[in-house]
Design a protein around this ligand. Structure first.
Ligand code: B12
Length: 290
């Protein structure tokens, strides 16, 4: 945010605050725009008054002034967990926020199926897994399993999508092999654990392995998801799309169709249909990253 924006007498509002048109916001606790924030963290100190003072000082240095320690709990003999509450004084201009806008239409399952059938002339094959040591399968299952998520059926429900769910703790070489065996059009990977950036390392390893194993025009579409990914980081991670918290199966199905199903052509021959009899089917790659 530019300094000019911060110092100009901004209208600080909540979502339905008095000045509905304002783009300048900050959090609130008791009154709109009071800047109240709650922060939690752990310090490597035994719980005592000095540790509480250290927590307060730490929060003050982050710009919370005055900072109040509202909760402190010993986490074993050498650590203390804190919740600190207080006002911050900076503002955010929502016009500075960069987000990934959905650039494809949301389609109902019927339409997804019909597009695949009419254009691809075969089922679209999706291979999914949690890779590395990650055992958090709930997220990928929410997208793939028929029961779905948030009232939407998962990809297994789609008659024209073949789902191969490999489950948890799949190694990258196994994933590449399974993608080859099943002639995957898209590989869907979930990463939930972010300790020491495991999700980033694993994703980069996965994308490098696919690039090495497949020629560019035959590489499956690489899609990664999990609650703590930055959806803007596709280029850094070498994947085609990143999905974050709250993703629904319908969004994923619609994306897959927009990325993999070429627009209908006057003739019924598509790259994929002609390649069906070959052992390594070229994935259609209309919008794939190089
Ligand atoms: C359930 C759970 C477990 C279960 C998992 C069971 C299972 N079969 O999945 C069990 C008990 C096994 C478990 C174990 C562990 N867990 Co755990 N777990 C959770 C918990 C409570 C919920 C996760 C969840 O199911 N969310 C619900 C799903 C629907 O949400 P989601 O995963 O975000 O998925 C959505 C999107 O992200 C997206 N999405 C996700 N993946 C994909 C993939 C694609 C392709 C797409 C398109 C979209 C997509 O779509 C989904 C639907 O919207 C979280 C805390 C929390 N509240 O989130 C901790 C949490 C994830 N676990 C955590 C930890 C630390 C662990 C352990 C290391 C604990 C330990 N010391 O043993 C182990 C690790 C085990 C391992 N090897 O991975 C930490 C991770 C912290 C970090 N920085 O990484 C968390 C955040 C808890 C915490 N606050 O500390 N855990």
């Amino acid at each position: 945010m530019s300094a000019a924006r911060v110092t100009s007498t901004p209208a600080v509002t909540g979502p339905r605050g008095g000045k509905a048109a304002s783009h300048i916001v900050r959090p609130y606790g008791d009154a709109t725009g009071d800047g109240m924030v709650q922060l939690s963290f752990t310090l490597p100190l035994p719980h005592d008054k000095r540790a509480e003072g250290a927590a307060q000082l730490f929060a003050s240095k982050m710009g919370m002034d005055p900072a109040m320690v509202v909760h402190a709990k010993a986490m074993g003999p050498d650590f203390t967990f804190f919740v600190v509450y207080g006002p911050v004084h900076h503002l955010v201009d929502t016009r500075d926020v960069v987000i990934v806008e959905r650039d494809y239409p949301l389609l109902p399952p019927k339409e997804v199926n019909s597009l695949i059938k009419k254009t691809l002339h075969r089922p679209l094959v999706v291979v999914g897994a949690c890779i590395g040591t990650d055992a958090h399968t709930v997220g990928i299952d929410a997208i793939l399993n028929i029961k779905g998520f948030a009232g939407e059926k998962g990809l297994e429900y789609y008659t024209e999508i073949t789902v191969v769910n490999l489950g948890a703790q799949v190694s990258v070489p196994d994933l590449v092999e399974q993608a080859r065996v099943h002639r995957a059009d898209a590989v869907l990977v979930s990463q939930v654990v972010t300790q020491r950036d495991a999700h980033l390392h694993n994703t980069r390893e996965m994308s490098a392995a696919f690039r090495e194993a497949f020629p560019a025009d035959r590489r499956p579409l690489l899609v990664v998801g999990g609650p703590r990914f930055d959806e803007l980081a596709t280029a850094q991670l070498g994947v085609d799309r990143i999905f974050g918290r709250g993703t629904t199966p319908g969004e994923v199905a619609s994306y897959l169709v927009s990325a993999l199903v070429p627009p209908a052509t006057p003739t019924s021959t598509t790259r994929s249909s002609t390649a069906r009899s070959t052992s390594s089917r070229p994935a259609t790659s209309r919008k794939k990253a190089s």
